[in-house]
Structures are given as C-alpha cells and as structure tokens.
Design a protein around this ligand. Structure first.
Ligand code: SF4
Length: 510
C-alpha cells in the first residue's frame, strides 16, 4: 500500500535537477554541472540527466545532503511516513495543503561556481545549475500561488550561501526562498523544522556548523551517483576556495560502509567518494596522511557484496607525494575492482605553475612540503607519478588569481605543454567569487595568454575525454546505446568547443 498521504507530505525534500538526476557515473554529473543552456535542454536531459526513478513518489536516488537531512529527521522523531524525498518532476503530486516545509538542495543556485562561470563565459547560455534551480523555484511558487499552499521553502546544500544577500550583494533574498541554511545541519534540522511547523518565525539565513563526525547519521536511501561522503571540509585555507576554511572532518568508516550498503541494496552498485582529498582520509592534520586508513576504507568497501566501480573525485599534490608508488597502485586497483576501468581519474588541483602566486592566494599550506618555487616541478612530478600508478589525472587550474600577471600565465602554459604527451586532461577555470564583495574572473578579463592556455588545455582534453566518458560508462555497466548516444553528442559538443577556441585564438571571442 502506498504511504502517500492524501493532502501532501508534511515535509518534502527535493533538489534541482542538476543535483538530482539519474546520472550513471560521476563524470556524467560533472559534465552536466559544467554545461550551459547553449547545449539543448532536451539533449542534456536525455543524455546526461534523465529523471531519477521513483516508487510511490519517493525518489530511489537523491543527493547525499537530502539523505542526511532525511535520516536526521527520522532520528529526531519525525514520522518517516510524513517526510518524503521527491524528484523535482514529482513535486506537484507530493505537495498538498498539509505540506509545511519543502527543503530544497542546490549546489550552485545562482550559477556562481567556478565551472559554471567558466563555461557560461566561454560557451554562452546559462549554467544548468542555476537554470534548473530557477525552474524548481518557479514550480514551488506556482504551487503556492495557484494551489494556495502555505509551505515554507527552505534552501540548503553546498550552494545555499549564494542566496544570502550578504553573500551575493543583493538587496533582498531571492523570491521563492523563505529561509537558507548555510552549512551542515544534521544536528539542528529537527529544531529548525519543528519551529517552522509550529509557525515560529526565524531569520532568513541560518548558519550551521554541523555535528561531530560520529553523529553524522547514515543515509536511509540511495544517493545520486552512489555518492558517499568520506570527508567534509578541507581546512588548507586557499583564499579562492569555498571550503578552504572549514576544517577537514572524516566520516567514520562504519558510516561510510553503511552508506555504501544502502546504495548497493537499492541497486546502485557504482559508488562515488565525495571529499576534498581522498589521500587525506583518516588524517589528523594538513601534513598527515594515513595510507592504511585509505586502503582499509577501500578494502572495506570492496568487501560490500555487489559494489562495482568506485569513483573518487579530489586528491592533493602534497598528499600524493606522501603515498608510495605501491600504495598509489593499490588505491587504483581497489577503486577499479574487476570492472576493467581504464580511466580511473582523480581531480588534482594544481591551480597555477606559479607557486608564489598560489602562496599569495593563501595556497601555501596546500603546497607544503614544497616551497613556492618548487611548486611547478613538484606538481609535475606528482601528476606523472599518478599516471605511472595507472590513474588518469584531471588537473584543474585557476585563472585570474589576485595579482596574476602575464608571466604567471606563460609559466602555466609551459607547464601544460610539458605534460601534453602524457595521459591526462587539464581544465582551466575562472576564479569564482566565494564571499560578499568578491568579483570573480570573467571572460571579458581574458588576455591573449589566457586564451592560449585554454586552447592548449582543450587540445589535450579533446584527445582523452571522449575515451574517458565511454570507458567509465562501460565500467559502470551503461548499455551500448546510451554510450553511443553520449559519444555522438560529445563529438557535436567538441565541434562547438573547437569553434569557440578558434574564436578565442583569433582574439574575437568569447
Ligand atoms: S586544497 Fe583544494 S579544497 Fe583545500 S582549500 Fe585549497 S583549493 Fe580548497
């Protein structure tokens, strides 16, 4: 029997479609969140972001943040039958006159992130992250106005800070959002939601610190892309990074394994690890790595019956340097399992070859044990070690760091050229605003050197990214037809990118 109430769930938790879609591998989600409406929405929906599957209106997969809130509410005494995690496509059916709260998660509601500003600046169009967030808020506003429903819309998630007027410089909160929770909130969400249900008014922005690691509640349902958190925050303090100041907190191994088990139990066998530095899992400080903790975690995950591909996202140059080559190889082996995955990628933030520029931007702790003037060589050596251990590094660079001069960009171009025969990809991104009063780098700020840097990086990327996408999908069990469709769409996208790069090289764009 369906547990759907007749007049809507009391609490509905949802997310915009860029966060809550049926991505099969982590790379698909990254591609969509880097995309703009210059790519047709029908292609984006069909190829990358089909709707998540649902049962009795409840989404089978949802962003990890929503799963944590759902678990915290259940642990805090809310009746699970009255709380539903719902795909954005099903909101009209799930919300009714009895709905008191709609909790919305968004990663980038105003399109201010590094990826989105870079891609929108170069490709044109609006980032899907903000376009689909706006569509979701439009749906909620329509339900309130046409349906006369009285729920409060509460925004959370990694991008919630963007809608707080002190952060975005706006005079008032954006329409359609009644409250914004900034930060992890599992320890406060029950109190906040009880106040809302009782009609107690509060301020617009609620800043939360989050619970201690051992109080993070295990998820009660599967997550988008099989995401499980390994760590929160980073704490290395880079001045251009939104998580720079938040100290790194490691999710206990038992919680991670429980989250993996819940995913596999729901049929989500490809797991994605979310954290700012896989190699620092279990560490006790910035300069500490504990390979035994990382390997123990991965072995534990491999021990969960049914796990297929394990994907990781970020790793730091300095942490890589503290792992032996054998340890790196073992990490790679455990991530790929027996999937035959040939592109086990890791996002490595090199940012710039100019170490003194990175140091001035607060990147000193990130570079240690290397000094600013060793950074370019050290970063190259560690990227090569990673490649030799069987990984595929996705190197990220930041353009427009404060004080950046032509010579800095030129050195980064040389750094990229020195690696172009290797098996890797390099993604330059515009520095994005992370707090009130920040002005990020924009396409209009690009110099000839920046354009050259982008062109050089994308020539490398064109060689490998289609292969990476096909490989990861095959390893994750994606069918041939969907793989072929994405390859066809990818080739079309590449033609478009080549045109953009030609325009850039000619100094006529973007
Ligand atoms: S090391 Fe990476 S995640 Fe950490 S603060 Fe610097 S840029 Fe951010």
């Amino acid at each position: 029997m369906s547990d759907r109430p007749k007049r809507g769930f009391t609490i509905v938790l949802t997310a915009d479609r860029s966060l809550m879609a049926g991505y099969r591998v982590l790379f698909e989600g990254m591609m969509l969140c880097s995309g703009t409406t210059a790519i047709s929405p029908s292609i984006a929906r069909a190829m990358l972001a089909p709707p998540v599957r649902s049962e009795s209106l409840r989404a089978i997969q949802a962003p990890m943040g929503l799963r944590r809130v759902e678990a915290a509410l259940a642990a805090g005494g809310f009746d699970p039958a009255e709380v539903a995690v719902v795909a954005p496509e099903n909101l009209s059916a799930a919300i009714g006159p009895d709905t008191r709260i709609v909790g919305v998660s968004s990663g980038d509601p105003l399109g201010l992130g590094m990826n989105s500003t870079t891609m929108a600046g170069l490709m044109g169009g609006e980032p899907y992250t903000s376009a689909w967030f706006r569509a979701l808020i439009g749906t909620l506003s329509g339900l309130k106005e046409a349906g006369g429903f009285k729920f409060e819309a509460v925004l959370g998630g990694p991008g919630a800070w963007q809608v707080v007027p002190e952060s975005n410089g706006a005079a008032s909160p954006i329409r359609g959002i009644d409250r914004a929770i900034v930060g992890y909130c599992e320890d406060r969400i029950c109190g906040l939601f009880r106040d809302i249900v009782r009609g107690i008014r509060g301020g617009f922005a609620v800043a939360c610190e989050g619970p201690a690691a051992d109080a993070i509640p295990p998820a009660r349902g599967a997550t988008t892309m099989g995401i499980v958190e390994t760590s929160r925050g980073c704490g290395l303090g880079c001045g251009f990074c939104a998580v720079g100041r938040a100290p790194m907190l490691h999710v206990p191994r038992a919680t991670i394994l429980a989250d993996v088990g819940v995913n596999v139990g729901a049929g989500v066998r490809n797991i994605s690890l979310a954290g700012e530095d896989l190699f620092r899992y279990g560490s006790r400080g910035a300069a500490d790595v504990r390979p035994a903790e990382v390997l123990g975690l991965l072995r534990g995950m491999r021990g969960v019956p049914g796990v297929r591909l394990i994907q990781a996202d970020h790793a730091n140059v300095s942490s890589i340097s503290r792992f032996s080559t054998d340890e790196l190889r073992e990490v790679r082996r455990l991530l790929a399992g027996d999937t035959g995955c040939g592109f086990v990628w890791l996002n490595v933030g090199v940012e710039t070859a100019a170490g003194e520029l990175l140091e001035a931007a607060g990147g000193g702790p990130k570079m240690r044990p290397f000094g600013a003037f060793e950074w370019a060589d050290a970063a190259r050596a560690q990227v090569v070690r990673l490649i030799e251990a069987g990984f595929f590094p996705l190197v990220s660079l930041v353009v427009g760091l404060p004080g950046e001069e032509e010579g800095h960009v030129r050195r980064t171009i040389e750094w990229v050229e020195g690696l172009r025969r290797h098996r890797l990809a390099v993604f330059p991104m515009f520095r994005a605003p992370i707090r009130a009063g920040d002005r990020g780098f924009s396409a209009g700020d690009m110099t000839e050197r920046h354009r050259e840097l982008f062109a050089k990086c994308y020539e490398i990327n064109f060689r490998w990214i289609p292969q990476l996408a096909a490989d990861n999908q095959a390893a994750a069990g994606v069918g041939r037809l969907r793989r072929a469709m994405l390859q066809a769409a990818g080739r079309f996208g590449m033609l478009r990118w080549r045109r953009i790069l030609r325009r850039l090289a000619g100094g006529t764009g973007p």
